[in-house]
Every structure is written in structure tokens, then in C-alpha cells.
Design a protein around this ligand. Structure first.
Ligand code: UD1
Length: 427
């Protein structure tokens, strides 16, 4: 390992007890901050988490000439962007820049962004975003390094998305709020974060109906105004805690996310050894630390979230049977499997399906032992932490820069529940 590299040292085998409060969801906050540049008035997004993806988003918007400030957990965007070229270093995180596409075309009538190609979990093309913008009157030009998108005037359109892409739904929604006339978006993503974005846009004066369903209608308005908005809590962080409690045992209360947002995850986890109660905006997990084997397939909301696939995979390592985990959203999202094998896990990946024989199986002796693992993506990293928490002994998880993209002080969160997770630096 490299000097000065940080890692998490995890001494597993402890049960988890206590209460954790969820802050604004990463996947809600990022497009909400982008929505701030749709108006010259001030948009304040409250309860933003301290994660590096939010820092990158703020830096990106500043680089476009907009005035953005962070005051504690409040992020305020006070102006529109002045130029629309998203290039170089910040564009390496293409995913953040992609959230600016709709907002920039809507306000500046042009945008140019570098397209750095695939990311670690899949190719992540932009065709659905670009197809929608084209239908609203934009022209798309592919350059050597990326894409240029321009429009003299954006008009409403009927847009049928070939897949309910979360990012494309958000981009096209933002763009349509300022386009002339009526837009209908068909086959929209229905994630709660889309509803959060639509609610904020409505508070800014947008006219939107149908969010949370697969068909949305947007009547364009001439201008949007400012607002203060509190996003939904982070259901993926909450699901990570549900899986952690499922593995480690204990009693964990989560404030700020209700089980209605985690339906498919709760179904996959609940058993006579793991009960989940609560309603409204909080939940409680009571677990004996004996996860059941699962058969899950990831798919758009409300089905099982791809962002919880590595965490449920970690649960399956400790189960008493064979689990099947099918990934249908991203084509390359099993990097954690080879790290789990280092622990002694009996798992194999064939195409987009992982088969896992749990360590409590009676038919086969499987011993999981603490070891060093390296995260190569955000949620995969969360899966590695959960596996380490479930095994007696000292593991190390490298690749904290990925985990920090979406978990605020992950070590503090688990320590507050009685886990033993310490951030250290290689000397
Ligand atoms: C968002 C989430 C991410 C989550 C994902 C799926 C944010 C910041 N990120 O990512 O955490 O894992 O939803 O729930 O909200 N696709 C195309 N063409 C496109 C767009 C997408 O083929 O133009 C494909 C992607 O390659 C992928 C699938 O659609 O295979 C889903 O992607 P999408 O829903 O767009 O995910 P993101 O918005 O990038």
C-alpha cells in the first residue's frame, strides 16, 4: 500500500446498538444543487451531507461562474452559471457534470462537456439524456472529447425514454420547466429522489405533475424563483445500516427514512431473526445477526436498488444457504466479489449473476477470516465494510476515497453504534 493512503481498520464481531439520523440523500442533493442554477434568485438546499460528491458538485458549479456557498449543512446557489463549458479535471467526474446538462441548456442555451468514457461500474452512456434534449429542440454535436448541445429555443415535447434512467429523468425534468409549452415524459424513473427534485422545482414555481409515477407532465414557465428546500433522507445509507444490523445483530434505530422507502430491501432482509418495524420517517431493526439467504434482482425503483446490491451481497456471505444476486442495472458492478473471496467467501460471478454459499451453510464448511480489502467503487466499499464488521478479527478496507463520496464519516457512524471502525493512514 502507498504511503499516506488512508484505510479503515475494522475489528468485527460486535453487535450494533443505537440510533442514527439520516441527512439529505446524496442522490437527491446533487440534482437539487444543479437546479439552483435554473434561477437568478437564491436556492438553499438544507441538510446536505458532508461527502465529497457534494464538494465536487459545488466546485463544478463555481467553475461555471455561479455563486455557491456552503454554510454548515446549507448549500445556497445564488445565481445562474455564466458559461457552459464543463471540461478538464472536474469533468473527470462525468456523473456530476451530467447533472448540469439540462439546467445549462435551459438557461444558457448551450453546453459543452468532456465525455471521459466509462466509469467503474459500467459504460454510463448519455443517449437517453441527449435524445430527450434533441426532442425539445436542442442540436447535439459530438466533438473529439465530448459533446456540445445547443438550442435557440427549447420547446415542450413528448418524450418516451427507452429506460427509466434516473439522471435522464432529472435532466429532462429540469430542462422542461423552462421550455416553451407542454412536455410529457414517459417511462420516467420513479425514485423518491425524483419526487424530491420535482417538489423543489414546484417550490421554485415550476408546474409539474406525475412525479413518482412513470408519466410526468411539465408546463414550461418563463422564469423560476428561489426557495429553501429540505431533501429526503438518504435511503441508501439507511439500507446500508439495515444490512449491517442484519449481519452484526443488535437494535438499530434510523431517523429520517421510513421503511416505505426501503420496501424491497426490507423484504430481502426480514426473517424470524431480523425484524424491521416503524413507519413514517423512522424505522427500527432488531436482529440476531443471522442473515437469511436471498434471491434478489436489482431493477429501477420500487424494486431492489442496485446501490444496495453489494450490501445485500455482504449479508449473503453470512447466511445459512445459497443466495442468487442478479444485477440488471449496471453491467460491471461485482468488483466486491473478488474482495469477498479474499475473506474465504464461497462465491462466483457468472455474467450478471452472483452465486453465494453462506458461511452458516450446513452442507459445506466455510470459514470467513479478517483480511485486507480494497474498494473500487462507492457502494462496493460499503459492502466491504459490512463484511469486515461481521467477522471476528482485524480487517482493513482501502479505497476510502470511494466510500467518502457518499458516506459522511462512515467510521463515526458505525462507532456511534458500538462498531469498531478507525480511519488510519499508511505511514
Ligand atoms: C443514478 C444514481 C445511482 C444509481 C442509479 C440507478 C445519482 C446521482 N446516481 O445514477 O446512484 O445507481 O441512478 O439507480 O442519482 N443509461 C443509458 N443511457 C442513458 C442513461 C442511462 O443506457 O442515457 C443506462 C445506464 O448505463 C445504466 C442504467 O441506464 O445501465 C441506469 O442508469 P441511470 O438510471 O441513468 O443512473 P444514474 O442516473 O447515472
Amino acid at each position: 500500500m502507498k504511503n499516506n493512503e488512508t484505510y479503515l481498520e475494522i475489528i468485527g464481531g460486535r453487535s450494533l446498538h443505537g440510533r442514527v439520523c439520516m441527512h439529505g440523500a446524496k442522490n437527491a442533493v446533487l440534482p437539487l444543487i444543479a437546479a439552483g442554477i435554473l434561477t437568478k434568485e437564491t436556492v438553499t438546499i438544507k441538510d446536505c451531507p458532508y461527502i465529497s460528491d457534494v464538494d465536487v458538485m459545488i466546485a463544478l458549479i463555481k467553475s461555471l461562474g455561479a455563486d455557491v456557498t456552503r454554510d454548515g449543512r446549507n448549500v445556497s446557489v445564488r445565481s445562474r452559471a455564466t458559461h457552459a463549458s464543463v471540461k478538464d479535471a472536474l469533468c473527470k467526474d462525468m456523473r456530476s457534470s451530467m447533472f448540469m446538462l439540462g439546467a445549462l441548456v435551459a438557461t444558457l442555451k448551450e453546453v459543452e462537456l468532456d465525455y471521459p468514457g466509462g466509469c467503474r461500474i459500467g459504460a454510463r452512456p448519455l443517449d437517453i439524456h441527449l435524445d430527450g434534449l434533441r426532442r425539445m429542440g436542442a442540436t447535439i454535436e459530438y466533438t473529439d472529447t465530448g459533446v456540445k448541445c445547443a438550442a435557440k429555443e427549447l420547446h415542450g415535447a413528448n418524450i418516451v425514454m427507452k429506460y427509466p434512467s434516473v439522471g435522464a429523468t432529472e435532466n429532462l425534468l429540469m430542462c422542461a420547466t423552462l421550455a416553451k409549452g407542454e412536455t410529457t415524459l414517459v417511462n420516467c424513473a420513479r425514485e423518491p429522489e425524483i419526487v424530491s427534485l420535482a417538489s423543489c422545482l414546484r417550490a421554485m414555481g415550476a408546474r409539474i405533475t406525475g412525479d413518482g409515477t412513470s408519466v410526468m407532465h411539465i408546463s414550461g414557465v418563463d422564469e423560476l424563483g428561489g426557495c429553501e428546500f429540505t431533501p429526503i433522507g438518504d435511503r441508501i445509507v439507511a439500507a446500508t445500516l439495515v444490512c449491517a444490523a442484519n449481519i452484526c445483530g443488535g437494535e438499530v434505530e434510523i431517523d429520517g427514512v421510513g421503511r416505505n422507502m426501503l420496501g424491497a430491501v426490507c423484504d430481502a432482509v426480514e426473517s424470524k431473526y431480523c425484524k424491521i418495524s416503524g413507519d413514517g420517517n423512522s424505522m427500527r431493526i432488531s436482529s440476531f445477526g443471522k442473515p437469511k439467504a436471498v434471491n434478489v434482482t436489482t431493477a429501477p425503483y420500487p424494486l431492489f436498488p442496485t446501490d444496495v446490491q453489494p450490501q445485500i451481497f455482504a449479508c449473503s456471505l453470512f447466511s445459512d444457504g445459497v443466495s442468487t444476486i442478479k444485477e440488471t442495472v449496471f453491467e460491471n458492478r461485482f468488483a466486491h466479489a473478488k474482495e469477498f473471496i479474499k475473506l474465504g467467501a464461497d462465491c462466483k460471478v457468472e455474467s450478471n449473476v452472483a452465486y453465494v454459499q453462506g458461511a452458516r451453510s450446513k452442507t459445506k464448511a466455510i470459514k470467513l477470516s479478517a483480511c485486507d480489502m480494497t474498494a473500487s467503487d462507492l457502494r462496493g466499499g460499503a459492502g466491504l465494510i459490512l463484511a469486515a464488521l461481521g467477522i471476528n478479527g482485524k480487517s482493513r478496507v482501502y479505497g476510502t476515497e470511494f466510500i467518502d463520496r457518499g458516506y459522511e464519516s462512515v467510521e463515526d457512524m458505525f462507532c456511534s453504534l458500538g462498531g469498531n471502525v478507525i480511519r488510519k493512514t499508511v505511514r
